[in-house]
Design a protein around this ligand. Structure first.
Ligand code: SAM
Length: 371
């Protein structure tokens, strides 16, 4: 049950996609004064050491964040994200990588609330310790939130989400990022979203998923498109074409329900650059599509994929700048991101902050609520 450890994957291309989008979702939420609740159903450890045994063993960050690290031509959304990673690495050497809780802490305001769920017995301890140090750091800076700003729970995030909706301020940003170790995770995500939309239709929900050959993964986006959200936006990043042996994770997606109206343009600007810089072969590509429950009319399909159900209402927006080869099926991908790691159950040397020499990482704030 607990073979997945995010420390092996921290900072890889899938994290780059997920976290650069997460930063933009926070920036959008920060534009209104009313506080919001950030809910991270699968929080992980919070911070990762890129020189830990796990990260070194997999080396995945080398083809992810490390490829962006020295660039001086980043599009604005990637500059936001890389700058956030820089706050963790003030010496300029890339050594620490922020997980989604750290990204949330850095981007959300003092009045916003962070609710973090993690089930792994080792990662929950590390997460709790990282959060304790973050809060101590805020207190030292004189940043005092009213009440508990960050709550960490050793609990199932799918259940936790249900209990938190609707949030008191009627504003929520939810990140759902399970390991997909078991195929039931796909169903759990869909079911959790269905329930969440009933309880709180106005929430912003972002789901990460691996684009794989397995049926559950291939059908997943179309299942999400049929959920009763007003709008959705779907983006995938493939850094390579599928390998003959089917191994490795080469492609992943973010599916956002009730996305910011600004996000599509940001993705259009950013994704071609990511394909160029993270792409490993001619199979590197991106795809953006969007849809709505209301208009349902735009249906300019391209490519070989035949959408079904509500997917017919989608408007695929991939293209310009994509390196996808003609005839290459969208969604062709790789295997699960946990491939080959199941045996290593050792506790990570990873996520530590100040206590073991990690920088405190000055926390960026957005002041009074306008970014
Ligand atoms: N969101 C994190 C980030 O971006 O930094 C990474 C999370 S990692 C992909 C998935 C995490 O979910 C793992 O740490 C795993 O232990 C945890 N997990 C698995 N099933 C869970 C569940 N039902 N509820 C909460 N956490 C769970």
């Amino acid at each position: 049950m607990f073979s997945y450890r995010h420390a092996f994957h921290a900072g890889n291309h899938a994290d780059v996609l997920k976290h650069f989008i997460q930063v933009q979702l926070h920036k959008y939420m920060n534009q209104k004064d009313t506080a919001y609740t950030y809910i991270d159903t699968h929080a992980g450890a919070g911070v990762y050491a890129l020189d830990s045994a796990q990260a070194v063993k997999s080396g995945e960050y080398v083809d992810g964040i490390a490829r962006l690290w020295g660039r001086d031509d980043l599009p604005p959304a990637l500059a936001d994200y890389v700058n956030l990673v820089r706050t963790l690495n003030p010496s300029g050497k890339l050594r620490w990588y922020p997980g989604s809780p750290w990204v949330a802490d850095a981007e959300a305001r003092l009045e916003d609330r962070l609710r973090l769920f993690e089930l792994h017995p080792a990662d929950i301890r590390v997460l709790a310790e990282n959060v304790r140090k973050l809060e101590a750091h805020h207190a030292e800076q004189g940043e005092r939130a009213r009440g508990r700003r960050i709550l960490v729970e050793h609990a199932d995030g799918f259940h936790g989400l249900k209990a938190l909706l609707p949030p008191p301020s009627r504003r929520a940003l939810v990140l759902i990022d399970p390991p997909y170790e078991v195929k039931l995770d796909y169903k759990h995500v869909r079911d959790a979203l269905e329930e969440a939309l009933k309880r709180f239709p106005a929430g912003m929900y972002a789901v990460w998923y691996p684009v794989l050959q397995r049926m559950e993964s291939r059908q997943f986006p179309d299942r999400l498109k049929r959920l009763p959200a007003k709008e959705w936006l779907h983006v995938t990043l493939s850094v390579a074409g599928p390998r003959a042996d089917g191994n490795g994770l080469h492609s992943s997606g973010m599916f956002i329900l009730n996305p910011p109206y600004t996000l599509e343009a940001i993705l259009r600007e950013t994704m071609p650059y990511l394909v160029q810089v993270l792409g490993q072969d001619a199979g590197a590509t991106f795809r953006i599509e969007k849809g709505t429950q209301v208009t349902g009319a735009v249906a300019a399909h391209s490519g070989p994929r035949q959408p079904v159900g509500n997917a017919r209402r989608a408007s695929p927006l991939s293209g310009g700048g994509s390196l996808r080869l003609p005839g290459q099926a969208f969604g062709d991908g790789a295997r699960t991101r946990k491939e080959g790691e199941g045996a290593d159950q050792r506790a990570p040397r990873a996520p530590r902050t100040e206590a073991k020499g990690a920088p405190r990482g000055p926390v960026k704030r957005n002041g009074s609520g306008r970014s």
